[in-house]
Write a protein that binds this ligand. Sequence first.
Ligand code: AHR
Length: 500
Amino acid sequence: MNQTRIVVNREFTIGEIDPRLFGSFLEHLGRAVYEGIYEPGHPEADEEGFRRDVISLVRELGATVVRYPGGNFVSGYNWEDGVGPRTERPRRLDLAWRSVETNEVGLNEFVQWTRKAGVDPYLAVNLGTRGAEEALALVEYCNHPSGTSRSDLRAAHGFREPHGVKLWCLGNEMDGPWQIGHRTAHEYARVATETAKVMKWADPTIELVACGSSGRNMATFPEWEATVLDHTYEHVDYVSLHSYYGNRDNDLPAYLARSLDMDAFIRSVVSVADYVKARRRSAKTINLAFDEWNVWFHSNEQDRKIEPWSVAPPLLEDVYTHEDALLVGCLLITMLKHADRVKIACLAQLVNVIAPIMTVRGGLAWRQTIYYPFMHAASLARGTVLQTRVHCATYDTRDFGEVDLLESVAVHDPHEAVTTVFCVNRGREALSVDIDLGELGTEAKLLHTTLAHDDPKATNGPDGEQVAPAALKERMVTNGTVAVTLAGLSWNVLRVVPTR
Ligand code: AHR
């Protein structure tokens, strides 16, 4: 094999990065809301009971939009239960997670929290047990200025100004038999169409996401997307994708290749959306919202032992390893490579539940390993994704054939004149890489940050971080080229910054 090489060319672009690619997700599930973002009585709690330490970690993470309130939870949820005086809010059974929901936090508290955390709300409507009527009422309550019973009710609840929620999803994973109110593609397509129509009639400025498949392995994929888009095409803006990964076989090379599954999923959904576009002779393009993605498997066994019907049980509390952070890096790179069509994505989830941020009740908030690649991409992947030519060695996998040892993507921020290459070395050996930047490398220096660890199973915790980024020595780019060494099993951020 010749020298590993990445060739970057500013003339060849893939697409603009939508900042909503770095969204996240907060569900009424486990300790995400209660003991996660909200813990009155905690030393860090503000006057509304929100943990300031969690808010500052969310801000540092750089999440842009946060999907709420579910997830599976939303398919049995009455949003009206969570507004108005707290003393009058009902306690309910949450059938999705076999827990008790106190409704102490609801829509208005969530919107207040988003303002504090510097993120935009992305709301899901219940199309499991409910339908167009309730979704319309919710849009009116949130976004209509005043003078109707629902908008005036919002004002009576203390929120005179409309919330102005711009992004909405039409239910959650309606293709899944585990979903409360699961539907066939045709049933969902009809209810989603009628719901979308009235939601947009109430507020034409909103954008809507239709439910795609809850995984590439669903038996109904991709016929589900074709049927749903056939009906909803002119009423929605995006179709959703969900995917979770895990190293269940403890096979690291195969695990790190799982981002190719995400790549194939995205390509297939783009094809189906464009097929429907062609069939309809439509001028409109449907883009993709990958609004649930992450690693999820560590907590599966322990969750089976949790007794049902308690408030905020510790569900889905995966503790992530260094190898999980590497896969998350590969998944981020994969979505960036599809920035022309993947406009929204939500790391599922945000706090305590399969999350980059964890909290100890009454104690500290801490960063998981996966926090770092997300933070780097959210803060530094700005501007345009560039096509690259990568020359590198490969390894053989059962599911994906030959897989590159080096996963990478380049982005160029024209405002800062900075080019950033994000890359993962999937192999155990260090990799020497030449980066050919052409004119982007004129009078420039390279800043290299890496996330590396000898032990792929290393984790972080409330007592300290084994896995944290390190800045390497700066170097000059000469004649448009720079050579770097990527440690074995590492995530890397290479910033090419002008010196003039
Ligand atoms: O994120 C956890 C769960 O995963 C969500 O509630 C559901 O949509 C998906 O199956």
